[in-house]
Design a protein around this ligand. Structure first.
Ligand SMILES: C[S@@+](CC[C@H](N)C(=O)[O-])C[C@H]1O[C@@H](n2cnc3c(N)ncnc32)[C@H](O)[C@@H]1O
Length: 319
């Protein structure tokens, strides 16, 4: 197989990549962009997770447990098609989900009984994991802007036999007002430029990338995060996540929301041992960020994780 050519990507993107990543991290990014790491989680009956690992071994895979996700495994070197073709994946006992996506839900810290809002929910991989972590107790509202994508969310929940999720269709920017202080946990997994999911042999994954679209996304993301914070109860937590490396969509969004203090939120550390983990940046493009951004988490690509960013915010006040 010939190595996909990195130079097909926009020159401005490659320049930013040089500023953001050192040479080994860039090489790891290129490897992940050529072949995305695979991972799966157990969606069969709770308490029977070991059956999933046994099944994967019987089918020639080498499942590695994920330390912070007791019901999930990475599959080093596995090709996507070999995993999606498995009977237990087709019958939804095993669910293909990136370790980065699972990490965001883990960092949200959902407990049984929590009321949760998933602000940008389709196609629903994280909604389904949140539902599992709630263990049947607590409200779950899943919001999505696009009606077509909300149908995919609905279909996924049906396939996984998940009931009781309230699906809303509309701009998440408005929920802070309509659902003010309603939730213990809010996931803001916002639309982003997706640099962590670029696939070198699929031009569609990066054809819309531009520095001007990053600026537009950054404004929208700030409005979504602020809405998420309003929808959160005092003392509750918001998890902001993207699958991009662009600081304008990551640290800069958090920094703006922290400094607006409307509502008042603070950044909390994320206590998870994740490979490729780095602290949030302290500055970018001449703009300095709050020192607290060191609590944010940047994940660099590696054999397990695709690049992503997350920040855990607590709404100041008591419930
Ligand atoms: C990163 S994806 C979410 C992935 C999803 N959380 C999952 O794990 O399956 C972002 C989603 O936000 C939706 N979206 C875009 N703008 C939005 C808005 N203003 N309000 C709510 N959702 C929005 C997009 O259509 C897209 O489905």
């Amino acid at each position: 197989m010939t190595e996909p050519d990195l130079n097909q990507l926009p020159a401005a993107f490659l320049k930013r990549l040089e500023l953001l990543l050192d040479p080994p991290a860039r090489a790891a990014w290129q490897r992940a962009a050529a072949r995305l790491p695979m991972s799966v989680r157990w969606t069969g009956p709770p308490g029977q997770e070991s059956r999933g690992a046994d099944y994967l071994k019987e089918h020639g895979f080498d499942p590695h447990p994920i330390g912070w996700a007791p019901d999930a495994w990475t599959l080093p070197g596995a090709a996507r098609r070999s995993v999606t073709g498995l009977d237990w994946v087709r019958s939804q006992q095993l669910f293909v989900q990136s370790a980065s996506s699972m990490a965001a839900v883990q960092a949200l810290g959902v407990q049984p009984g929590h009321d949760v809002l998933d602000l940008c929910a389709a196609p629903g991989a994280k909604t389904s994991l949140i539902h599992r972590r709630q263990e049947g107790r607590g409200i779950l509202v899943a919001n999505e802007l696009s009606r077509a994508r909300s149908r995919r969310l609905h279909a996924l929940l049906s396939r996984l036999d998940i009931t009781g999720v309230e699906i809303l269709v509309g701009g998440g920017e408005h929920l802070g007002r309509s659902h003010a202080r309603c939730f213990d946990r809010v996931l803001a997994d916002v639309p982003c430029s997706g640099e962590g999911r670029f696939h070198l042999s699929d031009q569609a994954t990066w054809s819309n990338w531009s520095e001007s679209s990053i600026r537009g996304l950054s404004r929208r993301q700030t409005a979504l995060l602020q809405s998420a914070c309003h929808a959160c109860r005092p003392g509750g937590e918001v998890l902001y996540a993207t699958c991009t490396m662009a600081p304008e969509e990551n640290e800069q969004v958090i920094d703006r929301v922290l400094s607006k203090a409307d509502p008042h939120v603070e950044l909390l550390p994320v206590d998870m041992d994740i490979p490729g983990r780095r602290p949030g940046l302290q500055s970018w493009g001449g703009v300095e960020f709050s020192n607290d951004l060191s609590h944010a988490v940047r994940i660099q690509a590696n054999e397990i994780m695709t690049p992503f960013f997350m920040a855990r915010l607590r709404k100041v006040g008591s419930v």
